[in-house]
Design a protein around this ligand. Structure first.
Ligand SMILES: [Zn+2]
Length: 121
C-alpha cells in the first residue's frame, strides 16, 4: 500500500557567519532525524531528508556556486524590495490623483448638465 506524503518541504536557507560576513551551510536537520528540505540552488528542486543527504548535497557544484553568490542574491532581493516599496508609494499617489480627478469631473458634470426640474419655456 502506498501512502501520500503531503508534508511540504521547508526551504533551506544558509546561515549567516557574523565573523566573515558570508553565508555558510549549516545543516537544519538534527542527527538521526528526518525532515524534508528543498534547496533552490538549481532549476530543479533539490530535496534532502536527513543529515547525510544534506552533507552530500552541499558538495554539489551548483550548490557551492549558489552559496558563494548568496550574498549578492540577498542584496538583489533587498533592492527589489525597495523598488516594490517605491512602486507602492507611487501607486498610492496615483490613486489619490485619480480620486481628485473623479471628484472634479463629477463637479463639472453637475455644473454642465441642466437641471431637468427647471422649466425652459
Ligand atoms: Zn543546494
Amino acid at each position: 500500500m502506498t501512502s501520500l506524503n503531503t508534508d511540504a518541504p521547508k526551504i533551506y536557507h544558509p546561515a549567516y557567519d557574523i565573523h566573515t560576513g558570508n553565508y555558510v551551510d549549516c545543516c537544519p536537520i538534527l542527527p538521526r532525524h528526518k525532515e524534508k528540505y528543498v534547496c533552490y540552488c538549481s532549476s530543479e528542486q533539490k530535496i534532502f531528508n536527513n543529515k547525510s543527504e544534506f552533507s552530500y548535497h552541499i558538495k554539489l557544484k551548483c550548490h557551492r556556486i549558489y552559496i558563494s553568490n548568496y550574498n549578492e542574491r540577498i542584496n538583489d532581493f533587498g533592492s527589489a524590495k525597495d523598488y516594490i516599496k517605491n512602486l507602492l508609494v507611487r501607486n498610492g499617489n496615483l490613486e489619490k490623483e485619480v480620486a481628485q480627478l473623479k471628484y472634479q469631473l463629477a463637479q463639472l458634470t453637475r455644473q454642465s448638465v441642466p437641471d431637468p426640474m427647471v422649466d425652459l419655456d
